[in-house]
Design a protein around this ligand. Structure first.
Ligand SMILES: [Zn+2]
Length: 357
């Protein structure tokens, strides 16, 4: 009985081909064909789906890579920083190159422009008053050398410098026939334009210093920012009060009608400074030229020899400012009958910005 059961089970579990032996080949064939079609369909489907699948795979790879990169960053933060630094270095090299090219173009442009400048036909070149503000600094000594070589005199609106060097420079200015003007001791707008009293305290401090060094009390003053400077706290009213008090106390304040436009922290290039000064000073018979001789004004120093040579070639002579000389003021107070208003500082600034743009 047991044997019969085993045989029955065997027969039931075996492939039907053995049961239907005659159809077996066809069935096999059919099965193969079906399988083939199925495979082809699958392949076609696979092909259709392929990009998606690849993308999916790629994305997965990407994600994995990103994860790897993230891991890398976590493992070695310097790696990415180094790469970024390298990129930055390359970028800055390219910028540098462009900057150099731009600078070259700018130099050529301004040189070409200033070479063209001549006084207008209706101008009778008379006197140029070169003025240097904010010194003395190491630049001042070099300026004095140039002035000596060119045999011309200038006016220095000095600030406080009580060093041995500062004293030496102030003495040399007087010895060589230049004029010293008072430009306040600190030149600190917040301090000097706080109120009238603070302005004079600072002015007198500078005067005392200049007097102790040179034996001279300068009577000409240039207000930092000009005589129409709006103080940060009190506006125009304060400056008008200061101007009035200056005149009442026997001082003369003097502004300018030509400028090197070299007061900004990023100094213009030499050629631009030459252009600025020539452009402005050739508009008038008499010009008071504003320049700066503080420590950073290397380009102003470099521009000076050409400025002097050019102005001389137009027929101008040079002189120092004084209480009685030609003068320019932006803010004329009633008390001052001698001084005539020239131009508003804002108009001058506007013209300069038009000129430079
Ligand atoms: Zn100044």
């Amino acid at each position: 009985m047991k044997k019969i059961m085993i045989i029955l089970c065997f027969l039931l579990f075996i492939n039907p081909i053995y049961l239907y032996a005659d159809d077996s080949t066809d069935t096999l064939k059919e099965t193969d064909e079906t399988k083939k079609i199925d495979t082809e369909n699958n392949e076609e489907n696979d092909n259709n789906k392929a990009p998606e699948k690849t993308n999916a795979k790629d994305n997965t790879l990407k994600e994995n890579n990103e994860n790897e990169t993230e891991k890398d960053i976590k493992k070695d933060p310097n790696k990415i920083t180094e790469d970024k630094d390298e990129l930055k270095e390359n970028e800055s090299k390219e910028n540098e190159k462009t900057k150099e090219e731009l600078l070259k173009e700018k130099k050529e442009h301004f040189k070409k422009e200033y070479e063209k400048i001549k006084p207008k036909s209706y101008i009778n070149p008379d006197t140029i008053y070169l003025t240097f503000d904010d010194g003395p600094s190491w630049i001042t000594e070099k300026i004095l050398d140039i002035l000596k070589k060119e045999n011309i005199k200038a006016t220095f609106f000095v600030c406080g410098n009580n060093t041995k060097y500062g004293k030496k420079i102030l003495k040399r200015m007087i010895k060589e026939g230049h004029k010293i003007g008072n430009h306040t001791y600190s030149h600190d707008y917040n301090k000097i334009y706080k109120d009238v009293g603070s302005f004079f305290k600072d002015l007198y401090k500078n005067e005392k210093n200049i007097y102790e060094i040179t034996g001279i009390k300068p009577k000409i003053v240039r207000l930092p920012g000009g005589s129409n400077n709006s103080s940060p706290h009190k506006g125009k009213d304060l400056i008008t009060k200061i101007n009035k008090k200056l005149l009442q106390r026997g001082y003369t304040y003097i502004d300018w009608n030509a400028t090197a436009a070299d007061s900004s922290p990023t100094s213009p290039i030499k050629e631009q400074i030459i252009f600025n000064v020539l452009k402005w000073s050739t508009k008038y018979n008499n010009s008071i030229v504003l320049m700066h001789d503080s420590a950073g004004k290397k380009n102003s120093l470099k521009a000076l020899p050409t400025i002097i040579k050019k102005l001389k070639s137009f027929g101008y002579s040079f002189d120092v400012l004084s209480e009685d000389s030609f003068k320019v003021t932006f803010n004329t107070v009633k008390l001052d009958k001698k001084i005539t208003s020239y131009k508003s500082n804002n108009l001058l600034k506007k013209q300069i910005s038009n000129l430079l743009n």
